[in-house]
Write a protein that binds this ligand. Structure first.
Ligand code: NAP
Length: 271
């Protein structure tokens, strides 16, 4: 997402970031039609991912690309549109932008209060039936919405926000519910998003744990998120090769039980 929204770097840098992540072993790229500047620019990030994959000297077939539909960017705003006809149009546009015949994982970006949830989900089931989508995922959903969707379509992933400042996915039981059902949980904004992540190096506990392990503060937080349940996957954003590669180190970082408990109990100030 940060490669295509405000303050995005030049495309050549975006491609370098993706190549570096793939070379280091990343096999899941999360994108969306609305990772762009406005409705005139829809699909920017999908086209960037497609270009990066086309020019990568690695095993393309191993890489899973997850995209989303169900939002729009009029004048740069983030609006919801869960109408079935919009989702069909968006899916067709994403197929074209990604340059594929079938989308690996298509996620409904966010429930639209103006549209009955099951009508939106019903369209995803229809698109899957037509072979345009392999797997269906949801994003920004509650436990009840996961259950409602499952009556219409098999849900393989749920993508909600989860970081030390925002733990509602844990508190409201979404992570645990997904774990019980065998649904993958993609933690978005895992290091806090564009603003809050900058506070991490100054957080005394995070810094102390990072120093003890010779790791970065961001890697410590990613390791904490990963420890929340067996089904959790983190999808950190990055504009630089350095940040992408640093985030990869979290996979090898093993925090002690006491460190995890301390992080559970620590204050994370949003101001
Ligand atoms: N489903 C949804 O509604 C939704 C909403 C938001 C995001 N997402 C998804 O979640 C992904 C990540 O979310 P996000 O970009 O909001 O937040 P994030 O991953 O928590 O962090 C964003 C920023 O943190 C910095 N960062 C990340 N790892 C770092 C590291 N190891 N060291 C230093 N800095 C680091 C990066 O800065 P630089 O840019 O300077 O490299 C990055 O842009 C998005 O790309 C998108 O795929 C989904």
């Amino acid at each position: 997402m940060p490669l295509s929204i405000t303050d995005r770097p030049p495309e050549a840098q975006g491609v370098r970031v993706v190549h570096a992540a793939l070379d280091a072993g990343v096999r899941l790229l999360d994108t969306a039609d609305v990772y762009c500047l406005s409705d005139e620019d829809l699909g920017h990030n999908e086209r960037l991912m497609a270009m990066a994959l086309r020019t990568w000297n690695g095993p393309r077939s191993e890489v899973l690309v997850a995209t989303k539909g169900g939002m729009t960017r009029p004048d740069g705003r983030w609006d919801r549109n869960g109408r079935p006809e919009h989702l069909r149009r968006a899916c067709d546009r994403s197929l074209k932008a990604l340059g594929v015949d079938r989308i690996d994982l298509y996620q409904f970006h966010a429930p639209d209060p103006q549209v009955p949830f099951t009508e939106s989900v019903g369209m995803l089931a229809e698109l899957q039936g037509e072979g345009k989508i392999r797997w269906v995922g949801l994003s920004n959903v509650s436990v009840d919405q996961v259950n409602a969707a499952r009556r219409h379509v098999e849900v393989v992933t749920v993508q909600n926000r989860l970081n030390p400042w925002f733990r509602e996915a844990l508190q409201q039981g979404v992570v645990e519910h997904c774990e019980r059902l065998g649904i993958g949980f993609l933690a978005y904004s895992p290091v806090g998003g564009g603003r809050l992540n900058k506070k991490l190096p100054a957080h005394p506990l995070v810094k102390a744990i990072a120093d003890r392990h010779g790791a970065s503060p961001h890697a410590v937080v990613l390791a904490w998120v990963l420890e929340q349940a067996s089904n959790v996957i983190v999808i950190p954003g990055a504009r630089t090769v350095e940040h992408a590669l640093d985030s990869m180190t979290a996979g090898e970082l093993r925090l002690e039980a006491e460190e995890l408990r301390d992080l559970d109990e620590a204050e994370f100030d949003r101001a």
